[in-house]
Write a protein that binds this ligand. Structure first.
Ligand code: SF4
Length: 335
């Protein structure tokens, strides 16, 4: 269900703008649709009131928890969609939530399980937002990052519709909506036109164009320096720093050349570098760097003036862990 279709349906049932806003707010907060005090002035039209149970059931079926997997750095939810496909959402520390935007992904990053099977289908805007409504039934959500399964730029209309609803009726501050991309130029074209201005995360992973192309095989062939320039322009326009994502893989992108490259590209930029040590994935030969080497890389970048955070993984599309629940489940279905 696209959000626009839902709005049209509410209007066809007689909803005035105030009714529409109230029902959407109730849904996005994870409440029953007719929650809140009933007064003469906010009474719903009869047809709309009568349709609420059916609507409630349809919205509830957009995203259901199939299983929960608590971990040290967040709880992964395997979320079942109405057609029984599944995606992952992650309840992050500090009231964050990571949502998926596609079933599968066409970018095929070599360190990511989601990219292994390619793109299976797009999520519609209702399914993206339903992950937030679902999570809010479990706990508070004050930040949403679009870094789960899928490349948001490959489903941009639905993602923008979801961001615009979450930044208005969803009561989330714009800077707490984080749109992530591997560097699709369409994102940079659309951002300035958006009513809700999200923060931006860019998957960098290497400062060397050739290595980056090998790690992210079907990402746009944009030079890392150009990507950083585009990011910087949005950071200045939006007032939020760009969050660069870097999956740290031993012997691949953790060498001196890359550290020098990061300093060269990011010194003086309005940016945060998120370093995420690679998480082991069955069937992939990459290695996770030792904790002390990863910490030393972060310290050295810090000393060179690059604000660097060493993250553990939860919710980052780049952690290689994303997609594993779904993949494991698919494997079990075949044995
Ligand atoms: Fe797609 Fe993100 Fe996985 Fe790359 S890391 S394949 S962009 S889901």
């Amino acid at each position: 269900m696209e959000i626009e279709q839902l709005r049209l349906r509410l209007r066809a049932l007689g909803a005035r703008p105030s009714h529409e806003a109230r029902l959407l707010r109730a849904w996005l907060q994870g409440h029953a649709l007719d929650a809140g005090p009933r007064t003469e002035s906010n009474r719903l039209p009869k047809a709309l009131q009568a349709a609420l149970p059916e609507l409630e059931a349809e919205l509830g079926a957009l995203a259901r928890v199939r299983s929960e997997h608590p971990g040290e750095d967040g709880t992964r939810l395997l979320v079942e969609l109405a057609d029984a496909q599944a995606v992952e959402s992650v309840l992050l520390p500090r009231d964050g939530l990571c949502v998926s935007t596609q079933v599968g992904c066409a970018v095929g990053c070599v360190f990511c399980m989601t990219g292994k099977d390619g793109l299976l289908r797009q999520l519609d805007s209702g399914e993206i937002v339903a992950q937030v409504a679902l999570a809010r039934r479990l706990r508070r959500v004050h930040k949403v990052v679009f870094m789960g399964m899928g490349e948001p730029a490959h489903n941009l209309d639905a993602v923008i519709e979801a961001i615009e609803l979450l930044g208005t009726e969803g009561a989330l501050p714009h800077k707490n909506l984080v749109l992530s991309t591997v560097g699709d130029l369409r994102v940079f074209e659309r951002l300035p036109q958006m009513r809700v201005k999200p923060a931006l995360a860019l998957s960098l992973h290497s400062t060397r164009a050739a290595l980056r192309a090998a790690l992210l095989p079907r990402a746009p062939r944009i030079d890392p320096a150009e990507l950083v320039e585009l990011g910087e322009a949005w950071a200045r326009a939006s007032g939020y720093p760009i969050q660069y994502q870097w999956t740290l893989i031993e012997g691949v992108n953790d060498g001196e050349d890359e550290l020098e490259g990061i300093v060269r590209l990011l010194a003086g930029k309005y940016a945060v570098m998120n370093m995420i040590p690679f998480n082991r994935v069955d069937g992939l030969d990459y290695r996770r760097p030792a904790a002390e080497s990863a910490a030393e890389i972060a310290r050295r970048l810090h000393r060179a003036g690059i604000l660097t955070k060493l993250r553990q993984s939860a919710g980052q599309d780049v952690d290689g862990g994303c997609g594993q629940l779904r993949a494991r489940e698919a494997k079990l279905a075949f044995v």
